[in-house]
Ligand binder design. Structure first.
Ligand SMILES: Cc1cc2nc3c(=O)[nH]c(=O)nc-3n(C[C@H](O)[C@H](O)[C@H](O)COP(=O)(O)OP(=O)(O)OC[C@H]3O[C@@H](n4cnc5c(N)ncnc54)[C@H](O)[C@@H]3O)c2cc1C
Length: 449
């Protein structure tokens, strides 16, 4: 049963952000309490929409003083229920939407936390620079959410995760203190890197309000190829070969056969390489057309290739529509994991076998260049986590991570101990206590009880 907001809370939020941005209408509040997959539901006391860092700080100070929890929400595309509230105020960051200035010599841009990834790409287009992080939820995911989760995506193989592309941040800590480090110095070793600490902290230490991003130079020419391979072992070997030989390699994705079939059905088309055990999607980008370099590296293998924008987008649909295609079939359990490359093929075989044993459909795709696989399970009821646990234990036993890029959120915190020692978890708790002493920021997310 959702709690009702107290008159004090409503009046305090309205005094800080204005009555129109302090929302308690249950119909509107109700639209912010379910995660992107539809698997996790929560409840909220109110929704608050600040537009400045000062407003965020005032909201946090009031909530800290009154013991009211805050769940920060950007685009709500989290795949681990990180932005689902529980008896808390939902703080929407989308009003923090300043874009720029862009420094064309330094190759940096400052943006508000509520700006979408697509808006950042649009803002830097034509400047000679690009933002080196990209992912399928680009139209909705916000930069603040991506920093909070240290998002990865499809270009990590070349440019790294959010942390590698972050020069500085501005944030409000759980105390209500504002820390700001947006000066854009590429070299700055003056103590603890708080921005890097907040990056990946999933909103449990502070609310990111703005960031300074590192840009990468843009390339005029791109090529995308789909390549069918017999099995995952061959995909891993080919991926290693491409990483060694194609210096313009920009993305390296994999779709294991059942995932390829389900997306083809969703797109109402036939699956390319119908007999293949897995399909690789490879993108290369350079100043001059990289098609020949890629073709040479593929060494006579059959491939479907596109260099024009529309053709490339058509090939990317097989990869980027995966999440949607699986979501259409049911409510998936999404496990985003990484295992050492050498263990990848055996891991996929074992996961498929587990699926068969438990009458679950298993769809595996992911960022093979980074050893990152998205394991999607269909069949178990939303609250039946027995198969999830078996898969995550398998991951840990093979030296992998139970969360490669989506974070821990609410969905995986009971299994964090599979990857983190008691000493590490203790250190996590002490950092949390220092930066959020009242424990109001995203309780129930990341840290086990
Ligand atoms: C189709 C699809 C494809 C995806 N592909 C990828 C992918 O390739 N790689 C990848 O890494 N992820 C991917 N994701 C997951 C998701 O897009 C990322 O986790 C993204 O970073 C979330 O951004 P958001 O703005 O939607 O954050 P939300 O979902 O709103 O929040 C995510 C977490 O960050 C916290 N948070 C949000 N904003 C802030 C802030 N300003 N300050 C502090 N904490 C904050 C929230 O409390 C929550 O814990 C995908 C999701 C979908 C739906």
């Amino acid at each position: 049963v959702p709690s009702l907001p107290t008159p004090d809370l409503v009046a305090a939020l309205a005094a800080i952000v204005g009555a129109e941005h302090a929302i308690v209408d249950p119909d509107i509040v109700g639209s912010y309490v379910t995660d992107w997959t539809g698997r996790f539901h929560g409840d909220a006391l109110a929704v608050v929409r600040p537009h400045t860092v000062g407003e965020v700080a005032e909201v946090v100070r009031w909530c800290a003083a009154h013991g009211v929890a805050i769940t920060t929400q950007g685009g709500n595309t989290s795949l681990v229920a990180g932005a689902v509230p529980q008896q808390s105020v939902v703080l929407l960051t989308r009003g923090l939407n300043d874009v720029g200035p862009l420094d064309p010599d330094a190759g940096q841009i400052t943006v508000g936390a509520g700006v979408t990834l697509a808006a950042v790409h649009a803002a830097v287009a034509g400047s000679g620079w690009e933002f080196g992080v990209d992912l399928g939820a680009r139209d909705t995911a916000t930069i603040g959410g991506m920093v909070a989760t240290n998002a990865g995506g499809i270009r990590v193989v070349r440019h790294g995760t959010m942390r590698a592309n972050l020069i500085g941040s501005e944030a409000v800590l759980g105390t209500g203190d504002v820390i700001s480090h947006l000066g854009g110095l590429a070299k700055d070793n003056t103590g603890y890197e708080l921005g890097a600490l907040l990056c990946g902290s999933e909103g449990t230490l502070g609310i990111v309000t703005a960031v300074r991003l590192r840009l990468v130079r843009s390339f005029a020419e791109r090529v995308v190829a789909l390549v069918g391979v017999a099995n995952v072992a061959e995909a891993v070997a080919l991926a290693g070969h491409l990483r060694r030989t194609v210096d313009s390699l920009d993305a390296l994705e994999v779709m294991v056969a059942p995932a390829m079939a389900v997306v083809a059905e969703h797109l109402a088309t036939s699956a390319p390489f119908a007999d293949a055990g897995a399909v690789l999607l490879v993108e290369a980008a350079a100043d001059h057309d990289p098609t020949e370099t890629l073709a040479a590296a593929l060494n006579g293998r059959e491939a479907i290739v596109a260099t024009d924008r529309a053709g490339r987008a058509r090939l990317w649909r097989y990869r980027e529509s995966q999440t949607e295609a699986i979501g259409r079939r049911g409510v998936p359990h999404k496990l985003d994991v990484s295992v050492p490359l050498a263990a990848t093929a055996a891991f996929v075989d074992d996961v498929m076998a587990l699926g068969r044993e438990h009458s679950a459909e298993v769809f595996v795709f992911g960022h093979l260049g980074d050893g990152n696989l998205h394991v999607n399970l269909l069949g178990p009821a939303p609250d039946d986590e027995r198969l999830d646990e078996l898969v995550l234990r398998l991951v840990a036993s093979r030296g992998g991570s139970i969360s490669a890029e989506h974070g821990i959120g609410r969905a995986k915190r009971q299994w964090l101990h599979l990857n983190r020692s008691p000493a590490e978890l203790d250190a996590f708790r002490r950092v949390k206590a220092a930066l959020d002493p009242a424990g109001i920021l995203n309780p129930g997310v990341l840290l086990p009880d």
